[in-house]
Design a protein around this ligand. Sequence first.
Ligand code: HEC
Ligand code: HEC
Ligand code: HEC
Ligand code: HEC
Length: 125
Amino acid sequence: MRRTLPILILAVLVFVAAQVVVAQESMTKLAPAAFGTLTRPPAVFAHDKHNEKAQIAECVVCHHGGADGKQDKSASTEGTPCADCHKVKPEGKNTGLQRAYHKQCIDCHRTKGKGPLACGQCHVR
Ligand code: HEC
Ligand code: HEC
Ligand code: HEC
Ligand code: HEC
C-alpha cells in the first residue's frame, strides 16, 4: 500500500494532464459558458493549429495573468478561462469578457496584417 499509493496518485495526475492537452488539441471553437446563450455563432478557433500557423510560440501571449486591474504579461495562466478574470458585466477598470476576446484576437490580426477582422469570418455560420 505504501508503494502503490504514490504511483496511483501519479497515474491520476498524468491522466488529468492528458485530458487538458487533449482538450486544447481538439478545440475548434470558442463558446465560453459565461456568456450564457450566445447571440452569434461560436468563434472559430482551432487552438493548436491556429497557434502553429500563426507561429505563436509563447502561451503567455494570450494566457497572461494579473489582478486588481493590473495585467501581468509575465505570468502564464494557460488553462485558466478568460472569464475567471474578465466578467461579462465588468466593474471598474476590468475589461469585459467580449471586449477582452475581441481586443486580443483582432488587435493581433490587425498588427500582423493576417487573420480575420470581419464578424462573419470568426462567427462563422
Ligand atoms: C492565440 C491565443 C492563444 C495562445 C497563443 C495559446 N492559447 Fe490556450 N487558449 C486560448 C483561448 C482563447 C482559450 C479558451 C479560454 C477560455 O475558455 O476562456 C484557450 C484555452 C486553453 C486551455 C483550456 C482548454 C479547454 O478545453 O478548456 C489550455 C489547457 C490551453 N489553452 C493551453 C495553452 C498552452 C499550453 C499554450 C502554449 C503552448 C496556449 N494555450 C497558447 C488562446 C491561446
Ligand atoms: C488571472 C487573470 C486573468 C486571466 C486568466 C486573463 N486575464 Fe486578461 N487581464 C487581466 C487583468 C488584471 C488585466 C488588466 C485590467 C483589465 O483590463 O481588465 C487584463 C487585461 C486584458 C486586456 C486589455 C489589455 C490589453 O492587452 O489591451 C485584454 C484584451 C485581455 N486581458 C484579454 C484576455 C483574454 C482573451 C484572456 C483569455 C485568453 C485573458 N485576458 C485572461 C487578467 C487576466
Ligand atoms: C498574437 C497574434 C494572434 C492572436 C492573439 C490571435 N491570432 Fe488568429 N491569427 C493570427 C495570425 C498571424 C493568423 C494568420 C495565420 C496564417 O494564415 O498564416 C491568424 C489566423 C486566424 C484565423 C484563420 C484560420 C486559421 O486558424 O488560421 C482565425 C479563424 C483566427 N486567427 C481566429 C482567432 C481568434 C478567435 C483569436 C482570439 C481567441 C485569435 N485568432 C488570436 C494571429 C493571432
Ligand atoms: C478575430 C475573431 C473575431 C472577430 C473578427 C469578431 N469576433 Fe466576436 N467574438 C470573438 C470571440 C473569440 C468571442 C468569444 C467567444 C464566442 O462568443 O464565440 C466573441 C464574442 C462575441 C460576442 C459575445 C458572445 C455572443 O455571441 O453573444 C458578440 C455579441 C460578438 N462577438 C459580436 C461580434 C461582432 C458584431 C463582430 C464584428 C463587428 C465580431 N464579433 C467580430 C471573436 C471575433
